[in-house]
Design a protein around this ligand. Structure first.
Ligand code: PEP
Ligand code: MN
Length: 350
């Protein structure tokens, strides 16, 4: 993939309201963000779950974006979901575009957008698909790239989850990390607003994104958050954004200091040692699982004994609790270990 870097500072900040609502609102917020944000954002067409929700102003709002661009000198950006949106944005001189989570899931739409961008190499941000998977995210970059779009970056906005979480969208940080491993040069911007769904969590999520060495932040910012026509709970005032950015602790990705490096090396060797021990223990466990498998086989017992499994889970969780380790983590770990124990025994029974 050919990627041209256009993100020139860290953290690169994209801010502005969820939706463009009126010319005054756009110009007011843009003015307040000048000097704080690198790019001004506002949704012109809004992908809403319900048909009667505010669906955005549409193309008339592009004129307000042009005004914001003219009056503040900031770059402006909006979401596109169709070829027509792209065409209207290009005509209006919008500087950067983003593809929303509900669009990244659909290769037909992404292809249509990519084709509408042929020959116009403007920056395009691609939000992760709604569900936790990186294939479609990667596919969108590939489609854009095939059309000659080289200034591309990812936006991590979290993933839909059935579980009731503190977050609106589960961050699943391992997925943007995996994306970075797949496409080394790709910049990743975190969107703490759509991850949090709640203004009070934005600071923490932003800090985590910086700790994970992400390149920037997209944060929804409104002059009257509680009156916003969409995503009212998660929007913050421009001044709050300024404070959050000022409080961020930016850590060095590559530790320059030799003493730090040595200390870190010592910690890492301890981790390597412990991981080796964990693997050794898992091997010992597997050997016993095999013995049990032969025993069950000989005595014509079924592999899966639900009572035993409930006991294991309960006991391991209690154990974790007493040590102050995350119970959920231990439960998930043992589910995985148990799954492979069953597979091991299944092979013996065949
Ligand atoms: C948005 O940025 O306002 C938006 C609709 O985001 P997402 O596509 O991440 O839901
Ligand atoms: Mn929004």
């Amino acid at each position: 993939m050919e990627i041209k870097e256009f993100i020139d500072k860290k953290p690169y900040v994209i801010a502005g309201p969820c939706s463009a609502e009126s010319e005054e609102q756009i110009l007011q917020i843009a003015k307040e963000l000048k000097g704080t944000a690198d790019v001004f954002r506002a949704g012109v067409w809004k992908p809403r779950t319900h048909p009667n929700s505010f669906k955005g102003i549409g193309k008339d709002a592009l004129k307000w974006m042009q005004q914001a661009q003219l009056q503040t000198g900031m770059k402006v950006s909006t979401e596109v979901a169709t070829a027509k949106h792209v065409e209207l944005c290009l005509d209006a001189g919008i500087d950067m575009l983003w593809i929303g989570a509900r669009t990244t899931v659909n290769p037909f739409y992404v292809q249509e957008i990519a084709e509408a961008l042929k020959g116009v190499d403007i920056p395009v941000f691609v939000k992760n698909p709604i569900h936790p998977e990186i294939g479609l995210w990667l596919g969108a970059f590939e489609r854009l790239n095939k059309s000659g779009v080289t200034q591309i970056a990812a936006i991590h906005r979290g993933f839909y989850s059935y579980e009731k979480l503190a977050f609106r969208n589960d961050p699943k940080w391992e997925l943007p990390i995996r994306l970075r491993e797949e496409v080394r040069d790709l910049s990743i911007i975190c969107d703490p607003s759509h991850i949090s769904g709640n203004a009070s969590l934005i600071e923490d999520v932003s800090q985590t994104a910086m700790d994970l060495n992400m390149d920037g932040l997209m944060i929804e910012t409104h002059n009257k958050p509680s009156k916003a026509l969409s995503d009212a709970n998660q929007q913050i005032l421009p001044i709050d954004l300024e404070n959050i950015l000022n409080n961020l602790i930016l850590r060095d990705a590559k530790l320059r200091d030799e003493a730090f490096k040595k200390e870190l090396f010592a910690y890492r060797s301890q981790i390597d040692f412990l991981d080796t021990k964990i693997i050794d223990l898992l091997n010992d466990r597997k050997n016993i699982v095999e013995d049990i498998g032969h025993f069950k086989n000989k005595n014509k017992l079924t592999i899966f004994q639900i009572e035993r499994w409930f006991d294991i889970l309960k006991n391991r969780k209690e154990n974790a609790k007493s040590l102050g380790i995350d119970e959920q983590m231990i439960a998930e770990l043992f589910e995985l270990i148990h799954k492979y124990s069953i597979l091991t025994q299944t092979k013996i029974m065949r």
